[in-house]
Design a protein. Structure first.
Length: 387
């Protein structure tokens, strides 16, 4: 009988392909050697080092599923494993990979012209250029159809006016994929962030995702050429289909965050002596630990199955809503419970749960809030839209 391994009792990791195992090992080594030593300072100083993008590029984890333009052509399960390993360290670093891969490279690869792909994908995949994705606006991110940003044709050009809020990478990006209303419906534009009239301001004083840059964008009569518009999609399904890709990755990533918290807690409860016995000898503590394992493992099985379906091109948005909702809720609850069982130490930056917990407050909100995913599942069950 095989030994039980607490984070992989159903041998998901053992049964990965040789390529998936190698990708996971490389990303885990990178995370431990490069990201782990810097995360506490990055979090404390509200810092993200742009140079990391080139390192991500060298490792092959930007646009990892793309089959050309320098992409590794990896499986969707491998993409999930990348998110999982990176988010074990911090959701901020996973966010930077999600945005570049799913929200910038994906729309250009799926909806861009061959000229756009040749122009942008090699630099985005190698990390020479950084991208951001502008959908949300201040009047309500849950309802993107209500966006005010609009683009009007002016001869061969387009003129874009409006603003975007809470944009990851906004003030460090070279390239922005901006969604705007046009007379034809919602369209996506690839905008050089140096274009006159493009302003990005970093949002300061966040309690969450402090090692990720979040910005507000303003577009004041930005003039872009007709070659900037993504020709392959019109309508909200353009940005929403990008979100489906990113939400899939998030469902994997948060398992890493939860696992990190439990790993640290297991060690703590073995060595913390209260009432003459170690904390983990108490039934009440064991039940809570076991419950965390139950939630982590069932979430892993869900994401793994979703990855297999994605590779078979059978994944649909309702499955993704269920997984994003379930797994982020799981990770947030696990991080909070781990923080509690660390007692007073749990509020110290010396331990990981409080940082993960605070990060996960963003993750439960972005890429569709928990309520939005519940309502998406509700709509699919009842056939009635209750948004
Ligand atoms: P609805 O009528 O449902 O749909 C409009 C069209 O879109 C299609 N569609 C989808 N396509 C692909 N994937 C999905 N998940 C899709 N959901 C819908 C749909 O079939 C339809 O197509 P068509 O051809 O019929 O036109 O649209 P709705 O206005 O009722 O809205 C539905 C709702 C509420 C679910 C949607 O607006 C939504 O998901 N809202 C949440 C917005 C959101 O998640 N924003 C995230 C912004 S990006 C971000 O947070 C990045 S975080 C970055 C980081 O990781 O750091
Ligand atoms: P609102 O939509 O105003 O929601 C407020 C509350 O109302 C929530 O609890 C919500 O669940 C609830 N609610 C909404 N509608 C309903 C309803 N019909 N019924 C019941 N309750 C409802 N966006 C981008 O475009 N690009 C990015 O790169 C990006 N990065 C982000 C990074 C961070 C750190 C954060 C925090 C956000 C980011 N976002 C990004 C924005 C994110 O997608 C939005 O914050 C999110 O979609 C929610 O929108 P909102 O903040 O306007 O909240």
């Amino acid at each position: 009988m095989k030994q039980n391994n607490w984070f992989d009792p159903f041998f998901i990791l053992e049964n990965l392909s040789a390529e998936e195992k190698l990708i996971q090992k490389n990303v885990r080594d990178f995370s431990n050697n490069v990201l782990r030593p810097i995360v506490v300072n990055d979090n404390r100083n509200h810092n993200f080092n742009k140079g990391l993008y080139r390192e991500f590029g060298k490792l092959g984890i930007l646009g990892s599923t793309v089959k050309n333009h320098g992409g590794a052509g990896a499986s969707s399960v491998a993409y999930g494993l990348i998110a999982y390993e990176i988010e074990k360290i911090d959701s901020s670093y996973r966010s930077s990979i999600s945005v570049q891969s799913s929200l910038v490279i994906h729309p250009i690869n799926s909806f861009g012209s061959e000229t756009q792909k040749d122009k942008y994908l090699p630099d985005l995949i190698s990390g020479n250029k950084i991208g951001c994705f502008g959908l949300t606006e201040s009047q309500g991110g849950s309802d993107p159809s209500n966006m005010k940003t609009h683009a009007k044709k002016d001869g061969d050009d387009w003129i874009i006016n409006g603003s975007k809020m809470w944009i990851t990478n906004g003030s460090i990006a070279d390239v922005a994929v901006i969604w705007a209303h046009t007379d034809e419906g919602i369209r996506g534009f690839i905008v050089d962030t140096k274009t006159k009239g493009f302003v990005a301001n970093k949002i300061e004083n966040k309690f969450s995702l402090r090692a990720s840059i979040t910005s507000e964008l303003f577009f004041d009569n930005i003039r872009v050429s007709k070659d900037s518009v993504l020709p392959g999609v019109i309508g909200l399904k353009g940005p929403l289909s990008c979100l489906t890709q990113a939400r899939y990755g998030i469902s994997w990533g948060v398992i890493g965050a939860a696992e990190s918290c439990l790993e640290e807690l297991l060690e703590y409860t073995q060595t913390r002596i209260l009432f003459d016995r170690s904390l983990d000898e108490n039934q009440a503590i064991q039940i809570r630990l076991a419950d965390m394992q139950r939630r982590i493992v069932t979430s892993s099985l869900l994401s793994y199955r979703l990855g297999q379906l994605k590779d078979l091109e059978q994944m649909n948005p309702t499955q993704v809503s269920l997984a994003k909702w379930n797994n982020v809720r799981m990770a947030l609850d696990v991080a909070r419970d781990c923080r509690d069982m660390l007692g007073g130490s749990g509020i110290s930056a010396e331990y990981v749960p409080i940082r993960h917990m605070l990060n996960l407050e963003s993750v439960v909100t972005y890429e569709g809030t928990e309520t939005i995913h519940q309502l998406a599942v509700g709509r699919s069950l009842t056939g009635k839209s209750a948004f």
